[in-house]
Design a protein around this ligand. Structure first.
Ligand SMILES: Nc1ncnc2c1ncn2[C@@H]1O[C@H](COP(=O)(O)OP(=O)(O)OP(=O)(O)O)[C@@H](O)[C@H]1O
Length: 321
């Protein structure tokens, strides 16, 4: 079944009338004849540069924005005409906007939302307990939302969006600003949620780590149009998305060429620091490190993730050729 189906979806923003010529208005096509279908159970990363049209698309999918033209159904419903029914079947997390009550303890926001969704008292108890346990929220359930750290708030937001067991969860920048541990926890939770409940995921992100760990399909949007639709493998093939392992060695060492699964990029400081590129789909940093350790003593290391902006830029370049 198509959880999301968009055909020719378009949104044009018109500005204020020009002061000199009142009949003339600026016109900006934010989403441009977008065709899109997402099947039940998929996990889709929706990525693109700033202003590419991601949020505008999502707002049309959930009935916040009216399309200028084209058609869209979300879980088989018309987002505007059937907005209430839709709210019962989807969960939405906008990283920048909260659906919790700022001055109330977290627990009370969950109760209010459970009541809104018509959950029975027993159902509310089991569902809240399950999510609180999985997202380790026990220690801050009595804390007012405004006092939560960003990582705690995001966990609470995700819980709020999942209380009613939606079949589709839409996340707009879910890990923005989170520390490494909070990101990892949230990602693990989302993977489990999807595995155990078959929840379909659609997320926008500027973090390549989110895409790698959460998504099995990637859509890249460019000026409101789809520039890429495929797997992470396909994306890596198109742009050569690689990670770099930087090792600091105890002694000056010749270039570490011919390492299994890694390619020597550059040596610095007479070979004391070396940069090795590897494809995270084919090997791991640990394996590359083990191979380096057989040849030299490693004092320190760091791993640089490909920047999603670089990946997107490469896709734009590849598709405009
Ligand atoms: N309400 C609005 N009025 C006028 N223009 C708008 C409005 N909302 C968005 N736009 C414009 O539409 C384009 C797409 O914006 P959108 O927010 O969808 O981008 P985005 O891909 O989500 O970007 P970001 O990654 O920065 O969130 C941008 O050029 C933006 O300035």
């Amino acid at each position: 079944m198509n959880v999301i189906k968009a055909e020719g979806l378009t949104r044009v923003f018109t500005g204020r009338p020009d002061r000199k010529n009142r009949l003339r208005r600026s016109r900006h096509v934010a989403v441009d004849h977008l065709d899109l279908s997402v099947e039940a159970g998929e996990s889709v990363g929706y990525i693109g540069a700033n202003g590419a049209g991601k949020s505008t698309t999502i707002k049309m999918l959930v009935g916040i924005l009216v399309p200028t033209s084209g058609a869209v159904t979300t879980v088989g419903l018309h987002p505007l005409k059937q907005r209430r029914a839709l709210a019962r079947r989807i969960g939405v997390v906008f990283g920048q906007r909260s659906q919790l009550w700022w001055d109330l303890p977290v627990r009370e926001s969950f109760s209010i939302l459970s009541a809104i969704h018509g959950l029975s008292a027993a159902d509310e108890r089991t569902r809240t307990a399950e999510l609180v346990d999985m997202l380790e929220m026990g220690e801050f359930l009595a804390t007012p939302v405004r006092q939560l750290s960003l990582g705690q708030r995001m966990r609470a937001e995700v819980t709020a969006a999942l209380l009613h067991r939606p079949e589709l969860l839409i996340l707009d920048e879910p890990t923005i600003g989170l520390d490494v541990l909070s990101k990892q926890r949230l990602r693990e939770f989302l993977v489990t949620q999807r595995r155990e409940h078959g929840t379909t995921l659609l997320l926008t992100t500027h973090d390549m780590g989110d895409v790698e760990r959460l998504c099995d399909r990637i859509l890249v949007v460019d000026h409101g149009r789809l520039a890429f639709d495929g797997t992470l493998d396909g994306l890596a093939r198109t742009v050569g998305a690689r990670r770099e392992l930087v090792v600091d060695l105890a002694t000056a060492t010749g270039d570490l060429v011919d390492l299994d699964g890694a390619e020597h990029v550059r040596s610095e400081s007479d070979g004391l620091r070396q940069r090795l590129a590897f494809d995270p789909q084919r090997t791991t940093a640990a394996r590359v490190l083990a191979a380096v350790s057989e040849r030299a003593e490693v004092l320190d290391l760091s791993i640089t993730e490909p920047d999603i902006e670089d990946v997107v830029r490469e896709i734009y370049r590849a598709t405009r050729r």
